[in-house]
Design a protein. Structure first.
Length: 206
Protein backbone atom coordinates (compact mmCIF):
# COMPACT_ATOMS: atom_id res chain seq x y z
CA UNK A 1 0.00 0.00 0.00
CA UNK A 2 1.41 3.47 -0.85
CA UNK A 3 2.82 5.39 2.11
CA UNK A 4 0.41 7.78 3.81
CA UNK A 5 -2.73 5.80 3.00
CA UNK A 6 -4.90 4.12 5.57
CA UNK A 7 -7.21 1.19 5.10
CA UNK A 8 -10.40 1.09 7.16
CA UNK A 9 -12.99 -1.59 7.81
CA UNK A 10 -16.31 -0.90 9.48
CA UNK A 11 -19.63 -2.70 9.84
CA UNK A 12 -22.82 -1.27 11.27
CA UNK A 13 -26.56 -1.25 10.53
CA UNK A 14 -26.35 -3.50 7.49
CA UNK A 15 -23.48 -1.58 5.90
CA UNK A 16 -19.93 -2.80 5.33
CA UNK A 17 -17.35 -0.30 4.12
CA UNK A 18 -13.79 -1.16 3.19
CA UNK A 19 -11.73 1.43 1.38
CA UNK A 20 -8.59 3.48 1.15
CA UNK A 21 -9.46 6.52 3.21
CA UNK A 22 -7.25 8.92 1.29
CA UNK A 23 -8.98 8.17 -2.01
CA UNK A 24 -12.59 7.09 -1.50
CA UNK A 25 -15.49 7.12 0.90
CA UNK A 26 -17.95 4.80 -0.80
CA UNK A 27 -21.69 4.83 -0.16
CA UNK A 28 -24.92 4.23 -2.08
CA UNK A 29 -28.63 4.64 -1.39
CA UNK A 30 -31.73 3.25 -3.07
CA UNK A 31 -33.95 6.09 -4.28
CA UNK A 32 -37.75 5.61 -4.48
CA UNK A 33 -39.07 5.63 -8.06
CA UNK A 34 -42.74 4.83 -7.34
CA UNK A 35 -42.53 2.56 -10.35
CA UNK A 36 -42.56 -1.23 -10.01
CA UNK A 37 -40.46 -1.56 -13.19
CA UNK A 38 -37.48 0.50 -11.99
CA UNK A 39 -34.70 0.14 -9.41
CA UNK A 40 -32.84 3.38 -8.73
CA UNK A 41 -29.48 3.44 -6.92
CA UNK A 42 -27.72 6.73 -6.20
CA UNK A 43 -24.00 7.14 -5.67
CA UNK A 44 -23.39 9.36 -2.63
CA UNK A 45 -19.68 8.55 -2.37
CA UNK A 46 -16.91 11.09 -2.11
CA UNK A 47 -13.81 10.75 -4.26
CA UNK A 48 -10.45 12.46 -3.92
CA UNK A 49 -9.35 10.86 -7.18
CA UNK A 50 -11.38 9.53 -10.10
CA UNK A 51 -11.95 5.80 -9.50
CA UNK A 52 -11.55 3.09 -12.10
CA UNK A 53 -13.95 0.24 -12.87
CA UNK A 54 -16.93 1.37 -10.76
CA UNK A 55 -19.22 -1.66 -10.61
CA UNK A 56 -22.53 -2.51 -8.97
CA UNK A 57 -23.32 -6.12 -8.07
CA UNK A 58 -27.04 -6.75 -7.47
CA UNK A 59 -28.29 -10.05 -6.07
CA UNK A 60 -31.95 -10.40 -7.05
CA UNK A 61 -34.40 -12.44 -4.92
CA UNK A 62 -36.67 -15.26 -6.03
CA UNK A 63 -33.98 -17.16 -7.89
CA UNK A 64 -33.14 -14.49 -10.46
CA UNK A 65 -29.44 -14.63 -9.64
CA UNK A 66 -26.89 -11.84 -9.70
CA UNK A 67 -26.31 -8.94 -12.09
CA UNK A 68 -22.86 -7.32 -12.30
CA UNK A 69 -23.09 -4.00 -14.09
CA UNK A 70 -21.08 -0.85 -14.78
CA UNK A 71 -21.96 1.96 -12.38
CA UNK A 72 -21.78 5.67 -13.17
CA UNK A 73 -20.33 7.67 -10.28
CA UNK A 74 -21.81 10.83 -8.76
CA UNK A 75 -25.27 10.22 -10.19
CA UNK A 76 -28.37 8.06 -9.97
CA UNK A 77 -28.25 4.76 -11.85
CA UNK A 78 -31.60 3.32 -12.93
CA UNK A 79 -32.10 -0.37 -13.74
CA UNK A 80 -35.01 -2.35 -15.17
CA UNK A 81 -35.83 -6.01 -15.80
CA UNK A 82 -33.76 -6.02 -18.99
CA UNK A 83 -30.61 -4.46 -17.56
CA UNK A 84 -30.87 -6.81 -14.56
CA UNK A 85 -31.09 -9.84 -16.85
CA UNK A 86 -34.60 -10.82 -15.73
CA UNK A 87 -35.95 -10.32 -19.26
CA UNK A 88 -34.19 -10.47 -22.60
CA UNK A 89 -33.20 -7.50 -24.72
CA UNK A 90 -36.18 -7.93 -27.03
CA UNK A 91 -38.70 -8.75 -24.29
CA UNK A 92 -41.12 -6.28 -22.73
CA UNK A 93 -39.94 -4.70 -19.48
CA UNK A 94 -41.78 -6.21 -16.52
CA UNK A 95 -42.08 -5.29 -12.82
CA UNK A 96 -38.95 -6.04 -10.81
CA UNK A 97 -39.53 -8.61 -8.04
CA UNK A 98 -40.10 -7.54 -4.47
CA UNK A 99 -37.86 -9.07 -1.82
CA UNK A 100 -34.47 -8.67 -0.18
CA UNK A 101 -31.74 -7.39 -2.51
CA UNK A 102 -28.03 -7.46 -1.75
CA UNK A 103 -26.06 -4.59 -3.29
CA UNK A 104 -22.28 -4.31 -3.56
CA UNK A 105 -20.68 -1.23 -5.05
CA UNK A 106 -16.95 -1.35 -5.71
CA UNK A 107 -14.14 0.45 -7.49
CA UNK A 108 -10.74 -0.96 -8.39
CA UNK A 109 -9.20 -2.72 -6.63
CA UNK A 110 -12.60 -4.18 -5.72
CA UNK A 111 -11.31 -6.43 -2.94
CA UNK A 112 -10.33 -3.29 -1.00
CA UNK A 113 -12.77 -0.61 -2.11
CA UNK A 114 -16.40 -1.63 -1.69
CA UNK A 115 -19.62 -0.99 0.20
CA UNK A 116 -22.41 -3.54 0.75
CA UNK A 117 -26.04 -3.08 1.69
CA UNK A 118 -29.17 -5.19 1.97
CA UNK A 119 -32.57 -3.66 1.19
CA UNK A 120 -36.16 -4.89 1.03
CA UNK A 121 -37.92 -3.88 -2.16
CA UNK A 122 -41.69 -3.51 -1.52
CA UNK A 123 -42.85 -1.62 -4.61
CA UNK A 124 -45.34 -4.23 -5.84
CA UNK A 125 -46.74 -4.71 -2.34
CA UNK A 126 -46.97 -0.95 -1.85
CA UNK A 127 -48.86 -0.62 -5.14
CA UNK A 128 -51.34 -3.24 -3.92
CA UNK A 129 -51.64 -1.43 -0.57
CA UNK A 130 -52.33 1.90 -2.30
CA UNK A 131 -55.08 0.26 -4.35
CA UNK A 132 -56.66 -1.18 -1.19
CA UNK A 133 -56.44 2.18 0.55
CA UNK A 134 -58.22 3.90 -2.32
CA UNK A 135 -60.84 1.15 -2.31
CA UNK A 136 -61.55 1.89 1.35
CA UNK A 137 -62.83 5.37 0.47
CA UNK A 138 -65.28 3.81 -1.99
CA UNK A 139 -66.58 1.09 0.36
CA UNK A 140 -70.31 1.33 0.95
CA UNK A 141 -70.38 0.27 4.56
CA UNK A 142 -71.13 1.76 7.96
CA UNK A 143 -68.68 3.80 10.01
CA UNK A 144 -67.74 0.93 12.34
CA UNK A 145 -66.70 -1.34 9.46
CA UNK A 146 -64.68 1.45 7.87
CA UNK A 147 -62.98 2.15 11.18
CA UNK A 148 -62.01 -1.52 11.52
CA UNK A 149 -60.80 -1.55 7.91
CA UNK A 150 -58.54 1.41 8.66
CA UNK A 151 -57.11 -0.45 11.64
CA UNK A 152 -56.37 -3.40 9.38
CA UNK A 153 -54.63 -1.21 6.80
CA UNK A 154 -52.59 0.49 9.52
CA UNK A 155 -51.46 -2.93 10.73
CA UNK A 156 -50.51 -3.95 7.20
CA UNK A 157 -48.52 -0.75 6.74
CA UNK A 158 -46.71 -1.44 10.02
CA UNK A 159 -45.63 -4.86 8.74
CA UNK A 160 -44.45 -3.39 5.41
CA UNK A 161 -42.30 -0.81 7.17
CA UNK A 162 -41.05 -3.47 9.57
CA UNK A 163 -39.92 -5.58 6.62
CA UNK A 164 -37.98 -2.62 5.19
CA UNK A 165 -36.35 -1.87 8.56
CA UNK A 166 -35.40 -5.51 9.12
CA UNK A 167 -33.73 -5.79 5.71
CA UNK A 168 -31.83 -2.56 6.30
CA UNK A 169 -30.37 -4.18 9.40
CA UNK A 170 -29.47 -7.48 7.70
CA UNK A 171 -32.31 -9.38 9.40
CA UNK A 172 -33.31 -11.18 6.22
CA UNK A 173 -35.47 -13.90 7.80
CA UNK A 174 -37.50 -11.37 9.78
CA UNK A 175 -37.82 -9.11 6.72
CA UNK A 176 -39.26 -11.92 4.60
CA UNK A 177 -41.68 -13.01 7.32
CA UNK A 178 -42.95 -9.48 7.85
CA UNK A 179 -43.34 -8.99 4.10
CA UNK A 180 -45.25 -12.27 3.74
CA UNK A 181 -47.48 -11.37 6.67
CA UNK A 182 -48.33 -8.00 5.16
CA UNK A 183 -49.05 -9.65 1.80
CA UNK A 184 -51.33 -12.24 3.42
CA UNK A 185 -53.30 -9.62 5.35
CA UNK A 186 -53.58 -7.41 2.28
CA UNK A 187 -54.90 -10.26 0.16
CA UNK A 188 -57.50 -11.02 2.85
CA UNK A 189 -58.52 -7.37 2.91
CA UNK A 190 -58.85 -7.14 -0.87
CA UNK A 191 -60.86 -10.37 -0.97
CA UNK A 192 -63.34 -8.96 1.55
CA UNK A 193 -61.90 -10.23 4.82
CA UNK A 194 -61.43 -6.79 6.36
CA UNK A 195 -61.45 -7.88 10.00
CA UNK A 196 -58.28 -8.74 11.87
CA UNK A 197 -58.14 -11.86 13.97
CA UNK A 198 -55.41 -12.71 16.41
CA UNK A 199 -53.93 -15.42 14.19
CA UNK A 200 -53.25 -12.88 11.44
CA UNK A 201 -50.19 -11.57 13.22
CA UNK A 202 -46.63 -12.82 13.39
CA UNK A 203 -45.79 -13.77 16.96
CA UNK A 204 -42.51 -15.63 16.47
CA UNK A 205 -39.80 -14.92 13.91
CA UNK A 206 -37.68 -17.97 14.72
Amino acid sequence: MPEGRERIFSKSSGIIILNTMADYNLDIIVVPTYDTKLLSIKDISTYNVTPSAPTIEITIPNGFGKAVLPFTINTTNVFNSTSLGITGATDAIIPIPDGVYFLKYSVAPSYINFVEKSIMRVDQLQEKFDSAFMRLDMMECDKAIKTQAKVTLNSIYFFIQGAVAAANNCAVMEANKLYNQADKMLNNFINGGCNCSGNNYVTNFY
